[in-house]
Ligand binder design. Sequence first.
Ligand code: ADP
Ligand code: MG
Ligand code: MG
Length: 208
Amino acid sequence: MDTAFFTAWITRAAEAVEADRARLSDLDAAIGDGDHGTNLDRGFAGVLRVLDSTDARTPANVLALTGTTLISKVGGASGPLYGSAFRRAANILGEAEQVDLPGLAAALEAALAAVRKLGAARDGDKTMVDALAPAVAALGAAAADGAALLDALDAMVDAANAGAEATIPMQASKGRASYLGPRSIGHLDPGAASTVLILTALRDTAAA
Ligand code: ADP
Ligand code: MG
Ligand code: MG
């Protein structure tokens, strides 16, 4: 996976967020303030403009530009969380021009660590962590098993989807949804839903 691949991933993620902007904001309206879709779409639209006008030379460049732009353009909790995730992943990739499956798994592991560090959410708190953590674990396990790239990414997406679905019966303990207490139960977490979109875009880029 080279710089063009990472650019294609982020472009596909931006398109997916735009297409699902209303759904993400509706999910957030149920247990938050209804802005998750517009927040992320504003951020990713900014990312596309930056990638278009910058000559990214490495995969890390692409992810660092993505993270920095999300931090500056997304109002709301999800901006710094996703932004730090992409920036930490970029740090792990360093100057590499090609990223293999173990490298990608390590980068996403670092992204998860960044979200955990900044947001202090634990598994089961009904956040994006509940989609991202099982996805990263599945990707890492597949990489350790020597799986083919597409099989590993399929396992990652399946785990993200299952993790997101599992947020429905959870009571939120972090972010705005936690203000609702038990009334947060019965709703899909919007950040878990957007994590599925971003990771599905990664899988679809590899499959394209
Ligand atoms: P805001 O809540 O500030 O309006 P968004 O609506 O853009 O921000 O994002 C809300 C999402 O952010 C939640 O659905 C949840 O997944 C995620 N989130 C909020 N707080 C945390 C946290 N401390 N750790 C991890 N994820 C969090
Ligand atoms: Mg919100
Ligand atoms: Mg908000």
